[in-house]
Design a binder for this molecule. Sequence first.
Ligand code: PGA
Length: 256
Amino acid sequence: MRKPFIAGNWKMNKTVAEALELVNAVKGPLADYPGVTQAVCTPFTALAAVSEALKGSTVKVGAQNMYWEDSGAYTGEVSPVMLKELVDYVIIGHSERRAYFGETDETVNKKIKAALAHGLKPIVAVGESLEQNQAGETEAFVSGQVKAGFEGITAEQAKGIVVAYEPIWAIGTGLAATPEDANRIIGQVVRATLATIYGDAVAQAMIIQYGGSMKPSNVKELMEQPEIDGGLIGGASLKAEDFITLVRVSAEVRGL
Ligand code: PGA
């Protein structure tokens, strides 16, 4: 049985004080659901304070990005060596980074390898645009992103990688993919592609989240889908009550 994983992606939101307020509000209630892996991916500026505040809790901490070199003259960047003091997870290749900050499948692949080399667990985001979706290109595009992102990564390493399928048109729009569509793309495209590379046993063991307007009103039907192992949550992760609901409902749906 795959353990469901609910991760908040706070994006560029919350000061250190606001971040502490949020994690202090969720950590008590979330302790009731150890059957669900829980994480908050905060801005870099809040990571030190948040990781300190969450010590000993069930909530893990993640970053939203990193560079692939260990150190050096890369003004403004943050390395895996720096992050591993503070976090367990790092989101890599979020569609906003691909769209606004020039990330490509190649940089995503370098970052995944660098994260793994330092013991960080990557959450690798893939997903198609509205145009690609409407043109019937979703399957080929998402499968291509998975293949390129995992280039040169071993089966043993792949088992420790989380994939988040996030259709770009569903992110921040309030308009989630239908549970059936999300389930189909995750199972028949993302997991199936991983199975062609690593074999079925490895692909079946890997955690694949859905992301894109997952919220209290749709989490139950999404989590009822067998291929959806959790969510990467933007907007709804910024409110304590909503985030707790997402974790609670995920636990209930899976009988955990
Ligand atoms: P959303 O964002 O939940 O606000 O749609 C999800 C994401 O971008 O990870």
